[in-house]
Write a protein that binds this ligand. Structure first.
Ligand SMILES: C[S@@+](CC[C@H](N)C(=O)[O-])C[C@H]1O[C@@H](n2cnc3c(N)ncnc32)[C@H](O)[C@@H]1O
Length: 202
């Protein structure tokens, strides 16, 4: 089996707009992203696009023994590598898309997620796809849950603002490339744009 660095580079060359970066997340960015999360209250955790697993393994280290991590990844090569590398029963690696997050959660557990972590490249996914994934994400989360996101660009900002009540932002230089960090809470049940549309069409 090929090593993870090789897989990350070849997957980036094959699907640049879906993979977003040829470099895995830095240890410093992983620590900063995960530090504000309340691990004692996270039972169902979802990761979009685990790639080579930089966040996945660190999250497993912090998770409760009875918690579950559902990692959703479109790339068959990353899925195969993660399954080969990790036999932790708390981890379920799903080959599929984040847009089907509610179906994937329902297949593994009941109820909604306490936290979703995403590194999907929202700026290159396409507007419609990015909109659907963010809306599905808000619907998949409990009212008290957190969406944690790291992004090279700021295209995700308006999507978060439309679907979540509060967002805290930060920036991490020590990553290739440097990334914007977001922690959003208070998922709306319907996106703000749709609600405005309903009000204005009365
Ligand atoms: C920027 S990489 C993140 C890699 C990894 N999390 C890291 O920190 O090194 C984005 C990942 O999202 C995956 N991906 C892209 N679109 C996806 C989708 N709709 N659903 C799930 N995974 C997706 C890509 O295959 C890639 O592994």
């Amino acid at each position: 089996m090929k090593d993870t660095g090789w897989i990350a580079a070849t997957e980036f060359v094959r699907h640049p707009s879906m993979v977003g970066s040829a470099f895995p997340a830095s240890a410093r960015m992983v620590r900063r992203m995960l530090a504000p999360l309340d691990w004692s209250n996270i039972k169902t955790l979802v990761e979009y696009g685990p790639g080579s697993g930089r966040f996945t393994f660190e999250m497993l280290r912090r998770m409760r023994p009875d918690a579950q991590l559902i990692a959703i990844e479109t790339s068959q090569a990353f899925v195969a590598k993660l399954r080969e590398q990790c036999d932790d029963p708390r981890l379920v690696v799903v080959e599929g898309s984040a847009r089907d997050v509610r179906r994937h959660i329902a297949a593994e557990t009941c109820g909604r997620a306490d936290c979703i972590l995403t590194g999907l490249p929202f700026s290159t996914l396409g507007d419609a796809e990015a909109d659907i994934i963010m809306h599905e994400t808000a619907l998949a989360l409990k009212p008290t849950a957190v969406l944690a996101a790291y992004q090279m660009r700021t295209a995700i900002g308006p999507l978060i603002d439309r679907n979540f009540a509060q967002v805290r932002r930060d920036f991490e230089w020590c990553n290739i490339p440097p990334c914007h960090l977001y922690w959003a809470t208070g998922p709306f049940k319907a996106p703000k744009t749709a609600r405005l549309h309903l009000i204005s069409s009365r």
